[in-house]
Write a protein that binds this ligand. Structure first.
Ligand SMILES: [Zn+2]
Length: 258
């Protein structure tokens, strides 16, 4: 008999934008997913390896099955090289999957060092409308985001159900919520107020997205300076009251059952 597996998401970091990352006001270590017994790290930014080791219980990157990069900006990829080494036990075991947008490798400033490219079992390129598999887990990249580099959000499916949607960095666009119907919806909210000059979501836009997407639970994360100053937990509480949907502000180290 197959034992039921617990599907969990851990916020190793909740920093968004340069200065929150550089000053480490919040950690920039990315997300650790355990789905159907598979270990997946999404966007291992600076400090990811250290946060895995200091996590309770400790997370072991040599047990990773996959690394997913939503886009190549530094706050999402700072510890990518070391995570590839960890997943492949220093390159001695050809194992694990690496998922990256094409421009993360194909451009002049590739973020995947040449000597590491043969370490994973496979490198797969993310594409708009793409579908990918990690064991019994599948995920999709439904739409290309509006961001300065090639960027995709993620929908994770387990047992035919979309249990988790992650809206990574993007400028707001009409209908974005239709692409992310997950039961739990994670949204990167860098800005407190709308700034049409920046390719990042703000609280008023996120409010619209949650209102229309109607997830069971929404989690805001990836905070810029103004968001940190605005006390994300108070912002989340206000959104919960206004929308009638549970909205949580992620904290470094916070775990969520999916
Ligand atoms: Zn970012």
């Amino acid at each position: 008999m197959k034992l039921p597996t617990m599907n969990t998401l851990k916020f190793l970091g909740t920093a968004g934008a340069r200065f929150v990352m550089i000053k480490q006001l919040r950690s920039s270590a990315g997300l650790w997913l355990s789905l159907e017994g598979r270990n997946i790290i999404v966007d291992p930014g600076p400090g990811s390896l250290v946060r895995c080791s200091s996590s309770k219980p400790r997370l072991d990157p040599t047990k990773l099955d996959a690394i997913i990069i939503t886009h190549k900006h530094l706050d999402h990829t700072g510890d990518l090289s070391v995570m590839i080494e960890a997943m492949t036990e220093g390159g001695f075991k050809k194992r694990g999957l690496l998922f990256v947008p094409g421009d993360a490798i194909e451009s002049d400033d590739s973020i995947v060092l040449k000597y590491l490219r043969n370490f994973p079992e496979k490198i797969e390129f993310l594409k708009e409308g793409g579908k990918y598999k990690i064991g019994d887990v599948s995920f999709e990249t439904p739409v290309r985001h509006i961001h300065r580099v090639e960027t995709y959000g993620l929908n994770f499916n387990v047992g035919g159900k979309n249990i988790l949607s992650i809206i990574t960095d993007t400028k707001y666009f009409e209908g974005i919520e239709k692409y992310y119907p997950g039961k739990t919806l994670v949204i990167n909210v860098v800005r407190f107020e709308v700034d049409p000059n920046l390719d990042h979501l703000s609280i008023p836009e996120v409010k619209e997205i949650i209102r229309k997407a109607k997830p069971e639970k929404a989690i805001i994360t990836h905070f810029g300076m103004k968001m940190v100053q605005a006390k994300p937990w108070e912002v989340a509480e206000k959104l919960t009251q206004e929308l009638g949907v549970e909205v949580i502000a992620a904290r470094d180290g916070m775990g969520v059952e999916l």
